[in-house]
Design a protein around this ligand. Structure first.
Ligand SMILES: N[C@@H](CCC(=O)N[C@@H](CS)C(=O)NCC(=O)O)C(=O)O
Length: 193
């Protein structure tokens, strides 16, 4: 397997997830700041021009964080990244989707890249403010879900791998991270894998 990855971006979560499987994988760094994601070589692998993208052993490339997570969890069941119980599985996917589609895409995206939506600097600040509100709301929801458990779904899962990258971003001083999420991040950072 080969992960197309930009360190510090959301593909951190997939790198972390792959490490949990214990399976060998290569990393090709796609430096977003240098525009590597717009180069023909990478676009030939992923025409969407985004990371993460995972080149699988059969030569096909899989994209979209939740889908890559699901495929990895299904292909390496011994890593126990997704429960076998149908209701727990669907709730794990629901949570994973919330982290990626809401906290990242509707929160952090507006904070990191408001210029993608408007050139107007006042409007950019409005978008940043909106993004901060969405992130703060998302952190409160994650904190409630986690409660006093060790991991978001009780046992470690693909949802924690998504939490790993957004909680890293949420360490910035502009956010107020609930104490139990701080502890979750430390627990995730300290996992042997
Ligand atoms: N829906 C995609 C979003 C991936 C995404 O937005 N990746 C960002 C890095 S965190 C990216 O590649 N941005 C480059 C760009 O949008 O030009 C997923 O779930 O994987």
């Amino acid at each position: 397997m080969k992960l197309f990855h930009c360190p510090g971006s959301c593909s951190n979560g997939i790198e972390y997830l792959l490490q949990q499987t214990g399976q060998p994988f290569e990393v090709e760094v796609i430096d977003l700041k240098s525009g590597d994601h717009r180069q023909p070589g990478f676009l030939a692998q992923n025409p969407k021009g985004k990371v993460p993208a995972l080149l699988r052993p059969d030569g096909s490339v899989l994209t979209e964080f939740p889908v890559i997570s699901y495929w990895v969890a299904n292909n390496f069941p011994e890593a126990k990244l997704l429960s076998q119980d149908p209701e727990t599985r669907i709730r794990t996917l629901e949570l994973l989707e919330h982290i990626v589609s809401s906290i990242h895409m509707r929160g952090f995206t507006f904070i990191f890249a408001p210029h993608k939506f408007t050139a107007d600097e006042v409007a950019q600040e409005t978008l940043r403010e909106h993004g901060r509100g969405e992130v703060q709301k998302g952190l409160a929801q994650l904190s409630e879900t986690l409660s006093t458990s060790d991991y978001l779904m009780g046992d470690f899962s693909i949802a924690d791998c998504a939490a790993f990258y957004v909680l890293n971003w949420a360490q910035a001083p502009e956010f107020k991270m609930p104490e139990n999420l701080h502890k979750l991040l430390t627990r995730l950072q300290n996992r042997a894998a």
